[in-house]
Design a protein around this ligand. Structure first.
Ligand code: G1P
Length: 270
C-alpha cells in the first residue's frame, strides 16, 4: 500500500535547549544551514511523502508554518505539500499524533520524530514502509543498552527476526530499570495504520502524566498488529546541546568538505 503522508510532531518547546528556545521553537533551531525540522521533512519527501503534517505548538507554531510557506523555494521540497496543525495543549507525543487524525483520516502514514536526524545518505523509512505492506504498523527498533533503553520506548518481541523484521506483542514507555521487557528500543521512525488513532483516543495519561504514543503501540501489539524493523543506523539527536553540536559537525563535514578538513586538522575529528 502506498504511504505518502508523513506526520511530524514539532510542538516541543525544547526545555533542554534553553535559553535558545525562549523565543524560537526547538524545531527551528539551526543545524548547519537549515532548521532541524527541515531534515525530517526532506527525509519524508525522499521516502515518497507528498504531504507532511507538522504538529506545532500554539504559541510559536506559526513560525514553523512561516518557514515552510512557498516550499517551491526550498530545494528537495518542491513536491511536498506542508501544513501545520496546532496542538492546543502539551499533553504528550501520543496526543500530538492524534491531532493529525482529521487530516490523515483513513490513510497509513509515516511518523518522524524530528529530534533525531538520519545521517546523510541513510534511509530507514523505506524498510518500514515495505514491512507495512501486509497492513501492519511498523516501528523502527534497535538493540540498546539498559542505560539507554530506560530513556526510550522498549518493545516486547513475539517472534525471531526475519529479514530484520519481528512481530511485537507490546511496548513500554521508558521502562523502570527493574522491568525492562527487552533490549529492543524504539527510535523515532514509525509507519502507522489509521487504527492507531482509535487506540490513541482511548488512552489515559501514561508515563510522565502524558498521552504516550508507545501506549497506543502497546495496544496494537496486544492485538497482533505491530511489527518492528531493526536498524543499525545511528541517528543524530539534536534535542540537547551536545547532540546539536555533534550533528552540526557531522552534517557540516558532509556538506562542506573544507569544514571536514578543519575538523580533522584543528579539532582532531574524523
Ligand atoms: C520519544 C518516544 C520514545 C522513543 C523516543 C525516540 O521519547 O516517546 O518511545 O523511544 O522518542 O527518540 P522522547 O525522546 O521524546 O522522550
Amino acid at each position: 500500500m502506498t504511504v505518502d503522508i508523513a506526520v511530524i510532531p514539532a510542538a516541543g518547546r525544547g526545555t533542554r535547549m534553553r535559553p535558545a528556545t525562549r523565543v524560537v521553537p526547538k524545531a527551528l533551531l539551526t543545524v548547519v544551514d537549515r532548521p532541524a525540522i527541515q531534515y525530517a521533512v526532506e527525509e519524508a519527501a525522499r521516502a515518497g511523502a507528498k504531504e507532511a503534517i507538522l504538529i506545532v505548538d500554539l504559541e510559536v507554531g506559526h513560525l514553523v508554518h512561516q518557514h515552510f510557506v512557498n516550499t517551491d523555494r526550498l530545494p528537495g521540497l518542491e513536491h511536498i505539500k506542508i501544513r501545520t496543525v496546532v496542538q492546543e495543549e502539551p499533553l504528550g507525543l501520543g496526543h500530538a499524533v492524534l491531532e493529525a487524525e482529521r487530516v490523515v483520516a483513513h490513510r497509513p502514514f509515516m511518523c518522524i520524530l524530528a529530534d533525531d536526524i538520519v545521517r546523510p545518505g541513510q534511509d530507514v523509512l523505506t524498510k518500514l514502509i515495505d514491512a507495512s505492506d501486509d497492513g501492519s504498523s511498523v516501528v523502527c527498533i534497535q538493540e540498546m543498552t539498559p542505560e539507554v533503553i530506560v530513556t526510550k520506548g522498549a518493545v516486547i518481541p513475539t517472534s525471531d527476526l526475519v529479514d530484520g523484521v519481528m512481530s511485537i506483542g507490546g511496548a513500554v514507555e521508558k521502562p523502570d530499570a527493574s522491568a525492562i521487557p527487552s533490549l529492543y528500543g524504539v527510535l523515532g521512525r514509525y509507519v502507522f495504520q489509521p487504527e492507531i488513532f482509535e487506540h490513541l483516543a482511548d488512552l489515559e495519561p501514561g508515563r510522565g502524566g502524558e498521552i504516550q504514543l508507545t501506549d497506543a503501540m502497546n495496544q496494537l501489539g496486544l492485538v497482533g498488529r505491530l511489527k518492528g524493523a531493526i536498524t543499525d543506523q545511528e541517528f543524530l539527536d539534536v534535542g540537547n546541546p551536545l547532540g546539536l553540536l555533534r550533528a552540526s559537525m557531522v552534517l557540516g563535514s558532509h556538506q562542506f568538505p573544507e569544514f571536514a578538513d578543519i575538523a580533522r586538522s584543528e579539532l582532531g575529528l574524523g
